[in-house]
Design a protein around this ligand. Structure first.
Ligand code: ASP
Length: 444
């Protein structure tokens, strides 16, 4: 190759890297990093390898933390404004409460099972001992939720405080959007567009950060393996077991809920299996939305309910992700050698539930939520990278759980509203008829 073609070659190399699916890059990074780390361990090559791997790994952690606050502020405000009081009504209120309660329940299951099993015990991250911040008392944590100075909260990494400010501003914006005063509503629309634009911007930055993730994962897994050798594999397998086991329990809870509300289980899952499978392979609740809507239709739910509850659920209801955040936070605490306090656990529940409101149903979003939870309780970030290595495997199950949760809520709530579930002998409407409904409402 002549030197004149070097730039073209470089460009093709970049293009090839970006075009290669992220999930495979992560798998290669995980396996490659583990193999490299084991080789370093076996050949005692730590002295020259660690100074190279360490900055590469730290860069990934810094990038993850860098996007946490912009993400919380923008997506939480945007998420809150999605639920406008006028569109909400009774169904909206019910589904909102249902989503919050099931998510809080899910994160508690994840926490409890992980606490019982301690998946991360026996694993240590190099040089992270001094990273853990002082844990404040419960009263202090509660008071900190209302920060006197939002900028100080940003600088201090006070996640709950920032979330509170974002929720407050989101609510105020929602009321402005629904104001009868034209001027106020117009200004609110402008602000809302700005926030939506900012969300898009943040997601683009995150996409960029995730492109670096394979390098970071490679370096961090290699670092751990180089220090601990084969011992690291067990804890990661245990974490996977805890997350999958907890998700199974959550599915059983859904079955009980469906039974309580007299919904036929076989009928429900016959329709739900398609979106469940789609969610498992695509790792995106948002992407699964068309399949979930079709499933709700097959369950007999009217579009008036699922047309609102499913898109809302894809954005704000993430039971599987909540389980993952709970379990992985305990894993991080185990690796850091920290015994989580009741106050810290309560904070993880609140942050996990609020973070799920803000985070969109796209692949890997849970990893950012985990970073938020870990930061909020003052745990070191280094072990998060270990979780990042197996994130794709965990993402599959948690997305499937997220989508199932949305469908359970949709079916249960539709059943509590008169006329919102078709009779079994009533035939499914043709797709065209479904499309026509809104136009009838608008009188066109
Ligand atoms: N991938 C998940 C979803 O789309 C979110 C997550 O990363 O947990 O629901």
């Amino acid at each position: 190759m002549s030197t004149s073609t070097v730039t073209t070659d470089e460009r093709t190399l970049w293009r090839r890297y970006f075009d290669f699916p992220l999930i495979w890059k992560m798998v290669i990074a995980l396996v490659g990093g583990a193999a490299a780390g084991l080789a370093i361990n076996v050949f005692d090559a730590q002295s020259w390898a660690l100074p190279i791997l360490d900055p590469l790994g730290r860069l990934f952690l810094n990038l993850l933390q860098m996007v946490v606050f912009p993400l919380i502020v923008t997506t939480l405000i945007a998420g809150i404004t999605m639920v406008s009081p006028q569109r909400l009504g009774r169904i909206g209120m019910k589904v909102f409460v249902f989503y919050l309660v099931t998510s809080a329940f899910a994160i508690t299951i994840g926490l409890l099972i992980a606490l019982a099993i301690s998946p991360g015990t026996g694993l240590g991250m190099p040089g992270d001992g001094e990273d853990g911040a002082e844990v404040p008392a419960i009263s202090e944590t509660l008071l900190n939720i209302v920060p006197a100075n939002p900028f100080e909260a940003l600088v201090d990494g006070n996640v709950l405080g920032i979330m509170f400010v974002a929720v407050l501003f989101g609510l105020a914006l929602t009321f402005m959007l629904n104001s009868h005063e034209e001027r106020v509503a117009g200004l609110a629309l402008l602000l809302k567009r700005g926030v939506d634009g900012a969300v898009e911007l943040v997601f683009r930055v995150i996409r960029g950060v995730l492109e670096y993730a394979p390098v970071g994962v490679f370096a961090l897994i290699a670092l751990v393996m180089a220090e601990t050798g084969f011992e690291a594999i067990g804890p990661l397998l245990r974490l996977t077991g805890v997350v999958y086991g907890s998700i199974l329990i959550q599915i059983i809870v859904y079955v009980v809920l469906l039974m309580l509300f007299r919904v036929g289980i076989a009928h429900f899952f016959a329709a739900a299996k398609d979106p469940m499978l789609t969610a498992f392979v695509t790792r995106s609740s948002n992407g699964t939305l068309p399949v979930s809507s079709r499933a709700a239709e097959r369950m007999g739910v009217r579009e008036g309910v699922y047309g609102f509850t499913l898109p809302l659920g894809a954005t704000i209801n993430m039971d599987g992700t909540a389980i993952y955040v709970g379990a992985a936070t305990v894993f991080v605490a185990n690796v850091a050698g920290v015994e989580p306090t009741i106050g810290q656990l309560a904070t993880v529940v609140v942050v996990g539930v609020l973070a799920s409101i803000g985070t969109a149903g796209v692949p890997g979003a849970g990893l950012i939520m985990l970073s938020m939870a870990v930061t909020s309780v003052g745990l070191p970030m280094a072990p998060v990278a270990l979780v990042a290595g197996i994130d794709a495997i965990l993402d599959m199950a948690r997305t499937m759980c997220n989508v199932t949760g949305d469908l359970v809520a949709t079916r249960v709530i539709a059943g509590t509203e008169e006329g919102m579930v078709r009779d079994p002998d009533e035939s499914e409407p043709e797709p065209s008829a479904v499309m026509e409904e809104p136009s009838k409402e608008t009188g066109t």
